[in-house]
Design a protein around this ligand. Structure first.
Ligand code: DOR
Length: 429
């Protein structure tokens, strides 16, 4: 099966990414640059006219929640991966806060079978660090899950003691897998549910301190240095965290991190008294947002992940205090970042592609292309229309989740086609 993609600007990752105009050929699951000769002599099964479009390595989201097994009423592998395809993602990595928790092979197999049956795009799950995925119980059977997982995480919960984290890092290192940490010291939470800052005190809410995040990051980078473990920090949100990771990288610690689109675009002063503004970590202050943007620009922050965290409607309509933590993100991430970082001149489009595709693929050693001009790449690609204006309407989402602070926002730029292993998974021309 051969398909010609004609006329697009394609992402060529020579040192720093850049776009060049080339025709591409999909042959089975492989992608290559198509020469003019070839085009005359070949018979194609399909041809797409992608003039005015941009073709890039498919996005990778290393931090999503797909909720199966256990919580299908919030999301399924099918609806979550459909949302991923619509958002331009070709690979997503679901966090292990599902039921049963993938803490050994038998439990993980339940999830792997659903993935085999229902996934629309590539899905590579996490195994838990601890038996219960609660950051406190004994270590999980990491050896049993290691061959099938991208890494180990107790996302949703921080690992509460240095001793347990050190043990986990030593084991992860011996298995050649990363520890991917949700950093949150529960002794510092004090019942908070939004950032302990200006909005919180103006409106009489209970706050989550910045310290609850960065003290664990500070502890863990030392443990990563000591054990030599590959360490990745989830959804960083505070200026202190950016500084700690910047310094750790300078001193050679094997650390990387992600932040989410919402932390780069919103602050606590954008909060409204609705559950769709509640996630963990919370929207922070303007100084935190500025530090995150600086971290994106100087390479301290390696990648952007959505923390796509769908919940059932009733769980998100109980106001700030009572709603569940989490917002959806797969279907809006690219357009938000294109509109609010690229089009405002904060970063270049090539940098955004690097943050959403190239860097996560490299750091986690995932299959798929880093550039469109290398030969015989696996054909996991996304086609972007950078000029398309559209308005977010959560009622039209593929995900079952509806909670997003960006409902009603008008954005510019949209994924319009997604191919996984050469097969078309989404098209909206
Ligand atoms: O907002 C969040 N929701 N943060 C987390 O860490 C977990 C996630 C969830 O599972 O809903």
């Amino acid at each position: 099966m051969k398909t010609l993609l004609k006329g697009a600007q394609v992402f060529a990752n020579k040192g720093k990414g850049q776009f060049v105009k080339k025709d591409l050929l999909i042959d089975g699951d492989k992608l290559s640059v198509s020469s003019p000769d070839e085009q005359n002599s070949c018979l194609y099964d399909g041809l797409f006219d992608f003039r005015d479009k941009f073709i890039i390595p498919g996005f990778v989201d290393v931090h999503v929640h797909l909720r199966e097994p256990g919580f299908f009423y919030k999301e399924t592998i099918k609806t979550g991966t459909l949302a991923g395809a619509h958002g331009g993602y070709t690979t997503v990595c679901p966090m292990p806060n599902v039921k049963p928790a993938p803490s050994d092979f038998a439990n993980l197999k339940v999830q792997l079978d659903i993935i085999d049956r229902d996934a629309i795009i590539k899905v590579i799950p996490y195994g838990t660090i601890t038996r219960e995925g609660d950051g406190r119980s004994e270590l999980a059977d990491m050896k049993g899950t290691a061959p099938y997982v991208i890494g180990f995480s107790d996302d949703g919960r921080g690992v509460q003691t240095g001793e347990l984290m050190e043990e986990a890092m030593k084991l992860a290192k011996s298995l050649d897998k990363p520890i991917v940490a949700h950093c949150e010291d529960e002794s510092l939470l004090e019942g908070g549910y939004i950032h302990r800052g200006q909005y919180c005190s103006l409106h009489g809410h209970k706050g989550i301190s910045s310290e609850s995040e960065w003290v664990q990051v500070a502890r863990d980078v030392e443990l990563a240095a000591k054990t030599g473990c590959k360490y990745h920090v989830c959804h960083i949100s505070t200026k202190e965290t950016v500084d700690i990771i910047r310094q750790a990288k300078k001193s050679g610690v094997d650390v990387s991190c992600e932040t989410g689109p919402h932390y780069l675009i919103l602050t606590d002063m954008d909060i409204k008294e609705e559950g769709r503004f509640k996630m963990n970590p919370p929207l922070r202050s303007m100084e935190d947002r500025e530090a995150l943007i600086e971290g994106i620009k100087d390479g301290t922050i390696d990648m952007i992940a959505t923390d796509h965290a769908p919940h059932f409607k009733e769980e998100k309509t109980k106001g700030l205090e009572k709603s569940a933590f989490g917002i959806v993100g797969l279907e809006t991430a690219f357009a938000l970042l294109n509109t609010h970082l690229v089009n405002k001149g904060i970063i270049k489009i090539e940098d955004l592609i690097t943050l959403m595709s190239v860097n996560p693929r490299k750091r986690f050693g995932l299959d798929g292309p880093l550039s469109m001009t290398e030969d015989e790449n696996l054909c996991d690609i996304t086609v972007l229309d950078l000029g398309r204006e559209w308005t977010v309407n959560s009622e039209n989402f593929m995900t079952k989740g509806r909670a997003t602070p960006f409902d009603g926002w008008t954005l510019i730029g949209k994924p319009v086609a997604t191919f996984v292993d050469g097969r078309l998974k989404f098209l909206e021309l």
